[in-house]
Design a protein around this ligand. Structure first.
Ligand code: C5P
Length: 260
C-alpha cells in the first residue's frame, strides 16, 4: 500500500513532467501529377509494388511523435486513395479529404482539420515516398527549438540564373549569373512548424507563388531552421523520377541503405 504522502509526491512529480507535445501531420497529395504523364493517379503509382503515397504514409504513421495524419487528395482520386489507405491499414490517417487547386490551397484545407490542442504541424508532400523516421525526428527537434524547420540538402550541381532572350539578333537562353552553390540548398519536406506560427503565416501572407510552407513563414520575417534531409528523399515529379525511385529501392536492398 502506498502512503498518502507517497501518492501526493507522485502526483506532484507527474504535474512537473514536461507535457508530451502533440504533433499532427498534413500530407498534400492533391496535384494532378500531369508532369508524370501516367494514366494512374500519381499517389497510386506503384514503386516496387507499393503506392507512392502509402510508402510516405507508412513512415509518418510509424513515427511515435506523430498522433494523426490528414491526407489531401484530388477529388477525382478521393475514393481510390481512401480505399488504398484503408486496405493498407495506416492507423493514424484520420481523414482523407479533397484538396484545392494549388498546393497552398490543399495545405490550407488540411490546416482546418487540426485538433485544437495540437502544438506542432508536420507537412510532407505525398509525392516523397523515401522520407525516413530519422529525417522526421530531425525536423521535429528543429521546430521544437526554433519554431520552424525544414529538411534540406546542399545542392551538388553548378547553378546559373538563365534568361530567355527573344530579340531578333539573339534568340535563346543566356546565362545571367553564376550562383555560389555553397549557400544554395535544395529544400525538401517534411517541414515542421509551431501550429500558431503556420496558421498565422497562412492567414497573413497571401502570396500565391509559394511552392512550400516555409516560404510563408519566411515572409513573416521568422527564422526557419534547415535540418539534414537526404538525397534519397526525392519528389516524384517526372517519369525519370520513377527510374530513380526503383534504383533507390534496389540500392537500399543490396546494401542495407535505409531509405524509409
Ligand atoms: O506540384 P508540386 O510537385 O510542387 O507538388 C508537391 C505536392 O503538393 C505533391 O504531393 C502534390 O500532390 C501536392 N499538391 C496538392 N494540391 C495541389 C497541387 C499539388 O496537394 N493542388
Amino acid at each position: 500500500m502506498l502512503s498518502l504522502a507517497t501518492i501526493v509526491y507522485l502526483l506532484s512529480a507527474l504535474n512537473k513532467m514536461p507535457k508530451q507535445l502533440k504533433i499532427e501531420a498534413i500530407v498534400p497529395a492533391a496535384g494532378l501529377g500531369l508532369r508524370l504523364k501516367s494514366k494512374i493517379p500519381k499517389p497510386l503509382v506503384l514503386v516496387n509494388d507499393c503506392a507512392i503515397i502509402i510508402r510516405a504514409l507508412r513512415v509518418i504513421s510509424s513515427h511515435p511523435a506523430i498522433s494523426k495524419i490528414i491526407v489531401l487528395t484530388h477529388r477525382k482520386n478521393l475514393s481510390e486513395v481512401k480505399k488504398i489507405i484503408e486496405k493498407n491499414k495506416i492507423p493514424k490517417v484520420k481523414c482523407t479529404v479533397k484538396g484545392g487547386l494549388t498546393r497552398r490551397q490543399s495545405v490550407q484545407k488540411g490546416l482546418a482539420f487540426l485538433d485544437e490542442d495540437t502544438d506542432f504541424v508536420l507537412i510532407h508532400d505525398g509525392a516523397r515516398p523515401f522520407v525516413t523516421k530519422e529525417i522526421i525526428s530531425r525536423a521535429v527537434l528543429g521546430a521544437q527549438k526554433y519554431g520552424a524547420a525544414v529538411a534540406g540538402m546542399p545542392l551538388k550541381p553548378t547553378v546559373k540564373r538563365v534568361k530567355e532572350s527573344k530579340s531578333q539578333r539573339v534568340k535563346g537562353y543566356f546565362v545571367e549569373k553564376t550562383l555560389d552553390r555553397r549557400n544554395i540548398w535544395e529544400i525538401q519536406t517534411p517541414q515542421v512548424f509551431k501550429k500558431d506560427l503556420i496558421l498565422e503565416a497562412y492567414r497573413r501572407i497571401k502570396d500565391k507563388t509559394a511552392t512550400d510552407d516555409a516560404y510563408l513563414v519566411e515572409k513573416l520575417g521568422r527564422k526557419v531552421s534547415v535540418v539534414e534531409g537526404s538525397y534519397f528523399n526525392i519528389k516524384i515529379t517526372t517519369p525519370e523520377d520513377l527510374v530513380f525511385a526503383e534504383a533507390i529501392l534496389k540500392v537500399s536492398k543490396c546494401q542495407s541503405v535505409k531509405v524509409s
